[in-house]
Design a protein around this ligand. Structure first.
Ligand SMILES: Cc1cc2nc3c(=O)[nH]c(=O)nc-3n(C[C@H](O)[C@H](O)[C@H](O)COP(=O)(O)OP(=O)(O)OC[C@H]3O[C@@H](n4cnc5c(N)ncnc54)[C@H](O)[C@@H]3O)c2cc1C
Length: 597
């Protein structure tokens, strides 16, 4: 018996009053689950809202230009009752409709509750498959190759599917590694320049872009060819092509040689993410770039606009500034690097406000057009002009998961409206023999999170009782100076009313920091009532390297005495962790102890 359902806008995270930029269906159209109904565009991202169930569109409740929020009615859909997939609160699959933000950090054990919706686990592999394996890993980024290698080391027969000819994913090819190679080059330039005031003057750098790109590409090549070698040694079969699920136990791979079908007993989805593209920009013009384009380093633009003042945007700004571009940064929030504590970002902000052409916070890019003179960009808010023209524009406003591109529904795996795949603490999706890891499951989109999740998934697939229960995922901006933090932040503690005390050691009192030009640095520990480390923040040269000790302290439940009584080598930056602990302990001698200690 057909029934009329009014389909509302689902949970779209924090977005409100988002503009409808496209209506993709008309009355009379029939839709299948996941078919796109409308496109929305906010200042941060554009997104498609998919059909939650199959049916026939009877009436539209909105038009292009309307502003919608969660719950706004989209259309009336006539659907057969038995064919319903069920809205969030009705059916066993309902959790998939949860907000993207809830997926990563609030992972729950979905396995037990969703038993009814599971496809038959480990169904016999399709007889007609070209290849068979025990574990199929889809995507070869840090999540995928780690999962594949760990599973192989645990004795399983593994196939790794990757769309590109080179394995390593975003991290090795167009992310962490090439960016850090360029940041090192930038640091060499910055340090050489800064030594003029100490009596050593170098000439202006002469930059051979081909050689610089060669250095960067060489670092990447060494790592990716090393991975290829490791895959061979472990007998992991690498299949190149775009994979899509065809059933709970089969994957089709479209490669240059045509289509292959792989039958698997278990699968690990590690398809990662891609950059958000602000639709208001002329992307067909090569002067508008995402992070991949910026890393290609085709030229050194005279004037560069970086849209997005988060970690990736500020790292690339740092590179282009050192190479000689006049950099402008535009950030929508009122603060650069949202999420990090202000005292940690301050030294970086002070430096770049003094060096860059402009840093606009609380400012939105509303549009842009390509002109002969450059990319003319329109701004709204903050202290930005109404418009300005740049030689290149780098858009770095976040990343979107690739979950919606792999026909996960054919395997019975639910992908939420943002493209995230939910997992439990063992990285299982609601289909028990299919796991998901890395950027596609949400949380901080960071390589080290992906690799740790990967090991859990591979171990669970091999029958081990592993569980992902890291207490903190560190964040590091490899800017100059670096900004690094982990665990509780003061920003979050204040927002959520979490009790803490803090101990801070200013690097101006560290001999090693002074000799490195890092006197603006800071090491901060956040402590609970028992004086145990529950968070830490560091800014200054090598902050990212130093953070490891604080992470170990947190994971081991160490308190300030453990840190303060550990003899650290002198003179090193690592001493600043010991000194911060001594501040809390009351035994500090390198600065005055805090009052009352
Ligand atoms: C410029 C930049 C700098 C960064 N710097 C850092 C950093 O310093 N530290 C850090 O921790 N993180 C950093 N990141 C983030 C980091 O790169 C990601 O978090 C990490 O790569 C995620 O790993 P993953 O395995 O989940 O996915 P990815 O690395 O995205 O890999 C997914 C792989 O799956 C493949 N794939 C996708 N769909 C299919 C399909 N259907 N069929 C076949 N193959 C498919 C893709 O081609 C890709 O190779 C950076 C990112 C960028 C863009």
């Amino acid at each position: 018996m057909p029934k009329l359902h009014t389909i509302p806008v689902p949970d779209i995270g924090d977005f409100k009053d988002v503009e409808v930029i496209e209506v993709l269906v008309q009355p009379g159209d029939t839709v299948r689950p996941e078919d796109p109904l409308i496109s929305l565009e906010s200042d941060k991202a554009s997104m498609e809202i998919p059909a939650p169930r199959a049916g026939t569109v009877k009436a539209l409740h909105l038009k292009v230009g309307d502003k919608v929020s969660q719950g706004s009615p989209i259309l009336d859909l006539e659907a057969e009752e038995e064919a319903e997939a069920g809205p969030a609160e009705e059916g066993p699959q309902g959790e998939s409709a949860g907000p993207a933000a809830a997926a990563p950090s609030q992972r729950e054990d979905t396995g037990a509750r969703e038993a009814d919706s599971r496809p038959a686990a480990a169904a016999p592999p399709a007889a007609e498959a070209d290849l068979r394996c025990q574990v199929l890993v889809l995507g070869s980024g840090p999540g995928g190759y780690t999962a594949a290698f760990r599973a192989a080391d645990l004795g399983m027969d593994v196939i790794l599917v990757e769309r590109y000819p080179v394995i390593g994913g975003v991290c090795l090819n167009v992310g962490c590694i090439p960016s850090k190679a360029l940041l090192h080059a930038a640091q060499v330039i910055d340090e050489a320049q800064s030594f003029e005031r100490h009596g050593i003057r170098f000439g202006a750098p002469q930059i051979d872009l081909d050689k610089l790109n060669g250095y960067k590409d060489g670092v990447v090549r060494k790592l990716t060819s090393g991975l290829q070698h490791l895959a061979k040694q472990r007998k992991v079969r690498v299949v190149q092509g775009v994979g899509t699920f065809t059933s709970p136990n089969t994957l089709a791979v479209q490669g240059e040689a045509g289509e292959q079908h792989i039958a698997f007993e278990q699968a690990i989805i590690a398809v990662g993410s891609r950059p958000v593209r602000l639709p208001a920009l002329p992307w067909d013009d090569e002067r508008v770039m995402d992070s991949t384009g910026a890393l290609a380093l085709r030229d050194i633009p005279g004037r560069l606009l970086v849209v997005g003042g988060g970690i990736i945007g500020l790292e690339m700004a740092c590179v282009y500034d050192a190479l000689g571009s006049k950099v402008t940064v535009c950030e929508l929030s009122d603060d650069l690097m949202p999420g990090a504590d202000r005292d940690l970002v301050k030294p970086l902000e002070k430096r770049i406000r003094g060096r860059y052409e402009a840093v606009y916070t609380g400012t939105r890019v509303t549009g842009a057009e390509a002109t002969d003179a450059g990319i003319r960009v329109h701004f709204e808010g903050g202290k930005a002009p109404a418009q300005d023209t740049f030689d290149r524009v780098l858009v770095s406003v976040g990343r979107l998961p690739n979950g919606a591109q792999i026909q996960a529904e054919a395997a019975g795996v639910t992908v939420d409206e943002h493209g995230f795949i939910r997992t439990d603490g063992q990285m299982r999706t609601q289909v028990p023999h299919i796991f998901a890891i890395g950027d596609v499951v949400g949380g901080p989109m960071l390589a080290h999170k992906a690799t740790h999740e990967a090991k859990v998934a591979a171990e669970v697939a091999a029958g081990h009782k592993s569980h992902f229960d890291a207490r903190a995922i560190p964040s590091v901006a490899y800017t100059h100076p670096e900004v690094a933090w982990m665990g509780l932040t003061e920003t979050r503690a204040k927002k959520e009313g979490i009790a803490y005390t803090k101990a801070t050691f200013p690097w101006a009192a560290s001999g090693r920091a002074l000799s490195l030009g890092g006197e603006g640095g800071l090491t901060k520990l956040l402590l609970d009532e028992q004086q145990r480390v529950i968070g830490a923040g560091i800014t200054g040269p090598n902050a990212g390297e130093l953070l490891g000790e604080a992470l170990l302290a947190l994971e081991m439940g160490a308190d300030v005495e453990d840190l303060a009584l550990t003899v650290h080598p002198h003179p090193t930056l690592s001493e600043t962790l010991c000194f911060a602990a001594e501040v809390a302990h009351g035994s500090i001698t390198d600065i005055l102890p805090p009052r009352g200690k």
